[in-house]
Design a protein around this ligand. Structure first.
Ligand SMILES: [Zn+2]
Length: 246
């Protein structure tokens, strides 16, 4: 039986002489495993469409619950990622996060939109890597039900949190004066406003905030530590990205 899916290729693994096994994200069916026979051979018609970090319309053949890619048309290849090792590494980290959080056999339209928009922003340079990364991480956690608490200080109840600090073990934002022992990460009022924007803005406006470089690095530390805390695992692609930046 044939069906068509628009798929973002999250991961490709070489298999046998010239096959690829793909992990792909689709809007309609979530995460899927696909076989792309001959994709690595010289004259393959599906070579480009089955590359990691490519968005493509794939024609799939299903037999006994296994899917094979029969045809593929690239819809977006994110060329900016292939010309910059740092962007490619960060895009791979986004893909690893999406693979971690996408469900199977269930629609994932919001994850798909976040993934595509973030890769596009990265490819086109619509913001710094650190800005796009922080927005991706915080929005992903929000979509997955792990939105950090940011409305008011849970200790004193103030809505205008004074000299805000983020508690990455609790996912709470408190006033500097209200924090207790334990790890805390400083924010500024601007950085907190940007965090609130990322949590609540329409998808297309996700990057419509401005921070100084210093404030951005505060927000980046909060976003990354919150994602790592919620995920309770390491991401090899993140370590690789960090190594490149050093
Ligand atoms: Zn307080």
């Amino acid at each position: 039986m044939f069906r068509t899916e628009n798929a973002l290729i999250l991961r490709e693994v070489r298999f046998k002489e010239s096959d690829r096994i793909l992990t792909a994200l689709t809007a309609d069916a979530g995460k899927m495993t696909l076989a792309a026979h001959g994709a690595l051979s010289k004259h393959s018609r599906i070579a480009a469409a089955t590359q990691q970090l490519t968005y493509a319309e794939l024609t799939l053949f299903e037999k006994n619950g296994r899917y094979t890619v029969r045809e593929g048309v690239t819809k977006e290849g994110f060329p900016g990622l292939r010309q910059d090792l740092g962007k490619l590494a960060l895009g791979s980290y986004f893909a690893e996060c999406l693979e971690q959080y996408a469900g199977e056999d269930q629609p994932e339209p919001e994850l798909m939109q976040l993934g595509l928009n973030s890769l596009y922003a990265l490819s086109e340079g619509l913001g710094s890597c650190e800005k796009i990364k922080a927005a991706f991480e915080l929005r992903l956690m929000t979509l997955e039900g792990y939105a950090p608490a940011e409305e008011s200080c849970p200790v004193c109840g103030r809505g205008d949190i004074r000299e805000p600090v983020f508690l990455p073990e609790e996912g709470q934002t408190v006033c500097r004066a209200c924090r207790k022992a334990g790890r805390s990460l400083p924010l500024t009022e601007n950085a907190l406003a940007a965090m609130r924007h990322i949590l609540h803005a329409p998808a297309k406006k996700l990057l419509a905030f401005r921070l100084t470089e210093e404030e951005q690095s505060l927000l980046s530390a909060v976003a990354e530590s919150w994602l790592l805390h919620c995920s309770d695992r390491n991401f090899p692609t993140l370590a690789y990205y960090r190594n490149l930046k050093l």
